[in-house]
Design a protein around this ligand. Structure first.
Ligand code: SF4
Length: 286
């Protein structure tokens, strides 16, 4: 197990200290296109924080998030049985070595575990796949933006117009709270819990990467334009860039239900991935 802990610690460190290139490029484009001085000032500060994090290998934000992992586990991997324990150990180690802010507290007492672990934490989403490789996505999720995530159980009659209305109203209601520019993950269909899971998983896609279904891709573009027409802007102080992107994932739904999960991600759009091969070799990327 020890051999797996080190690469997971490295992936956590990469995720919290280095914002992926696609997000940095989107923030730079936003900086160039903003006309408002305040919006440019806020984006300039965000870009500076990102640069400092990268150059000094320190977290880009004081809130290093709730440690969340998406694991695509090949059923023939010889490492399958060790992954959960390795993730847990890596989170404890990373809390000291990176360091991460201890962000895991008991729901009854509020007592902080001190090492980012606890009941059901770190959060691990499992998906079984064919083959002998395991892919682990590290997704540290900031609390401020998570507080704006939401669920709507629409009626089928409300349909896609209802989806748009729900997302726009929620973004408007949250204003600067989720540290915009945000990335929005929208999960439509399935069930209440599944739509939220789809929404969060959608955030793993790169900025600008569209849904492979052209009809959904078009809805992503439309919603992005409408969110940016709200004028909330960087850090909620006005401007053209409220969101860097909108990602929609869908599932078939019950004829009587129209669940919509919304996962809100802040400008600190952190993620890193590792692939563990059957022979123990590990690839790390963002
Ligand atoms: S919402 Fe994101 S940017 Fe804002 S404090 Fe939390 S982690 Fe940092």
């Amino acid at each position: 197990m020890e051999a797996l802990v080190h690469p997971i610690v490295e992936a956590i460190k990469l995720a919290v200290t280095r914002i992926p290139d696609d997000t940095v490029s989107a923030l730079r484009r936003a900086y160039e296109s903003e006309e408002s001085k305040v919006a440019r000032f806020n984006l300039g500060n965000i870009l500076m924080a990102i640069e400092i994090g990268r150059d000094r290998s320190i977290p880009v934000c004081q809130d290093t998030g709730t440690m969340t992992f998406f694991v695509r586990a090949g059923v023939e991997s010889p490492h399958l049985g060790k992954i959960e324990a390795a993730v847990l150990e890596a989170v404890k180690k990373a809390t000291i070595e990176v360091p991460l802010r201890p962000n895991s507290v008991d729901v009854l007492t509020g007592r902080n575990s001190g090492d980012n672990t606890g009941k059901e934490v770190p959060i691990i989403h499992w998906e079984l796949t064919r083959g002998d490789e395991v892919e682990v996505a590290v997704f540290p999720k900031g609390g401020g933006s998570e507080n704006c995530s939401a669920l709507a159980m629409l009626t089928p009659a409300e349909g896609w117009e209802g989806v748009k209305r729900f997302v726009l109203e929620r973004v408007m209601e949250c204003g600067g709270k989720p540290c915009p520019p945000v990335v929005l993950g929208v999960g439509v269909g399935g069930s209440a819990d599944h739509s939220l899971k789809l929404a969060k998983k959608a955030l793993l896609r790169r900025i600008g990467e569209r849904n492979s279904d052209d009809r959904i891709a078009e809805l992503e573009e439309e919603l992005l334009e409408e969110v940016n027409s709200l004028g909330i802007g960087p850090m909620g102080m006005g401007g053209k860039t409220t969101a860097l992107d909108v990602k929609i994932e869908v599932a078939h739904r019950h004829p009587a239900s129209f669940p919509v999960g919304l996962a809100v991600q802040c400008w600190a759009n952190r993620r890193a991935f590792i692939r563990i091969k059957a022979d123990g070799r590990v690839e790390l990327w963002q």
